[in-house]
Design a protein around this ligand. Sequence first.
Ligand code: MF3
Ligand code: CO
Length: 254
Amino acid sequence: MAIHIKSDTEINLMREAAEILIEAHELVASHIRVGVTTKELDQIAEKFIRSKNAYPSFLNYHGYPASACISVNEEVVHGIPGKRKLQDGDIVSVDLGVYYKGYHSDAARTYAVGEVSADKLKLMKVTEESFFEGLKYAKPGYHLNDISKAIGTYAQKHGYGVVRDLVGHGIGKQLHEEPQVPNYNTPRRGPKLQKGMVLAIEPMINMGTWQVRVLDDDWTFVTRDGSPSAHYENTVVITDDIPEILTLRKDLGK
Ligand code: MF3
Ligand code: CO
C-alpha cells in the first residue's frame, strides 16, 4: 500500500466533486434551524448530490445507512440521521462526501442551532482554527506529523480533548486512502509531504475528555464524559507552495 500522488487531471476531477460538495453543504446549512430533523437534512443532501449525477460517498460505506453523518452535541462523528429534531442551543456537525467521475471529496462543518452558549461557540471556533494551524504545514518540506502536531497542540492549548480513535486520511479514488492523518503529535514524523498528495484533514475536538465510545447503533461516536464535540474537515491538495482547499469557496473563504 502506498500514498497515491494525483496528477493534474485527477485533481481537476476532484475539484469537480468538491464543487458539488460545497454546494451540498451550503444547501444543508440553509435548512438548519430549530425543529428540523437530522433525517430531513440527510435527504436534502442526498437529493442534491444525486441531482448532480454524483453519489453520496458514505451511503452503504461499510454498511453505513445514510448519506450524511450528522452528530449533535456530545456526538463526535458518524451520527446516523433520524427523527431527532434539532433544538435551540445544539451544535450539529454535518459530514458529507461526494463521489463523482471516479473520485471522492469529503468535508465536515459544525453549526450552531439557535442561541448557543459561549463555550460551545468557542469550541467550534478553536476546532476550525486548529485545522488552519495544521494547514500551515501542509507543504513539501514538512512531514505529515507536522500537520498532526500543530492541530493537536493548538486544541490542547485551549484545554480541549483531541480525539485519538479517529483520524483524517488520504482521499481520491477511495474515500479512505493512505496516509492516516492524526490530529495529535505522534512519535513518527510520517511521510514527507509531496505535491499531488490529497488529504482529508479533520480535527475532532471535545470540550472535555478526549475519550470516546460507540453507541449501540455501532456507528455513533460520543464523548465518554458527555461533553460537546466539534468537527471540521476539508479535502486539501498539497502543491508546490500554498495548499489548495478543494472544499472551501475560494472567493468567500467559507
Ligand atoms: N467523513 C468521515 C470520514 O472521513 C465519514 C465516513 S464514515 C461513513 O471517515 F461510514 F460514514 F461513511
Ligand atoms: Co473524512
